[in-house]
Write a protein that binds this ligand. Sequence first.
Ligand SMILES: Nc1nc2c(c(=O)[nH]1)N[C@H]1C(S)=C(S)[C@@H](COP(=O)(O)O)O[C@H]1N2
Ligand SMILES: [Mo]
Length: 423
Amino acid sequence: MSPSHAEAVHDAQRSRQWLAGEARGDGVDRDALRELGAAMAAVTAAAAEREPVAVASAPVGVDPPIAKPLPPELLRPLGSNAEMRWSAMAGQGHVVPTDRFFVRNHTVTPHLDPTAWRLRLFGDGLRGAPTRSAPVEVGLDELRRLPAEESTALVECAGNGRRFFAEQQGVAAPGVAWGLGGVGVARWRGVSLGTVLRRAGLRDDAVDVMPEGLDPDYVTGGVNLGRVRRPLPIAKALDDVLLAYEMNGEPLPADHGFPVRVVVPGWIGISSIKWVGPVEVSTTPLFSPWNTQFYRLFGPGHPTDGTALGAQPVKSAFELAWDARVPAGEELLLRGRSWSGNGPIERVEVDTGDGWRPADLVTADRGGPWQRWTVRWRPPAIGRHTLRARATDRTGAGQPDRAAPNTLAYLFDAVVAHPITAC
Ligand SMILES: Nc1nc2c(c(=O)[nH]1)N[C@H]1C(S)=C(S)[C@@H](COP(=O)(O)O)O[C@H]1N2
Ligand SMILES: [Mo]
């Protein structure tokens, strides 16, 4: 990713423009953010706490928030979301099978009719300035006839690892209590967003592209924030962004955006809008609550209007159940994966209780969106032990012992202490 469209750079620049009144953002209250930044962060945190709770038994006739089965050995439900069990990745290949890929839904998975579905491009960034009600339309068959591209890319929720802020650091962490399973790598196939934008008549002075989901409006804290949407700068939109209609060789499943989703490699998960319908292309910067109110860093050390939330930091996970039980006295091959939004992983170290030592990296993954690794370990005694893994990416970024706390509890990057019992 070139620095010119690194997410943090883009967001910081847009924030300045927005605060200076140069940009437009329906549903975004500029004054509230400028004058009441700290207070708003607190309100946002409180609202985040009121995320939908687990639907244990959905009423008859009401669709559950997630369409696919949630076998407990593959996925852990978290309200309208579900995280992948790391034990379900033990011995798997590079990609996450679709049946265990995490789901992050602000509301519920919609069931869209693919024959009625249209991508609807509009805005003054397209020639002739088509409007939202008279957009340039592209149907699914037409999209499938365009040159296809495939990309193996990682999607991770910015809140992945959030529960460790509370569990390891004793810091309040509002929002979905992800362990480390809010991440996955899949093989996505579709059409480059750039191809579609150019066919629709992209103008040279377009600056932002805002895809919008067709799932229900997101209502939080009593406020309807409208459809889930987040702008992308044109440079990123024309670089490696995909309008994907296949995941791991199958049509996109309902939960992951059927019939078409955006896949934005290297950027936080919210950029990868599922069930995309309208796409605004604008010659002025765009804003939505998903880049001003949520997915920003608020709290100590940050300005009152928050800090742009950039690429995902480095993380590592063992392909083991939490509190896994293993036989004592036998040599084990521990497996895990490490990843970073800033580029490939260079080095991984593991501590099984007697200091850090290098892990062996799986050669086939070198340079890929995540890196598998292994390390041998013979539990020294019956009883509880703690496993730790930490990685360093190509930029030299590693994993600290303590993650920097922030009000909305994003970007947990500290080493996770993974309990294991030898018996
Ligand atoms: N329309 C829409 N797109 C969305 C979301 C959503 O709720 N609605 N969630 C976003 C978030 S926060 C994440 S992390 C990813 C998760 O993608 P997945 O559910 O396919 O794993 O989708 C993003 N795209
Ligand atoms: Mo997310």
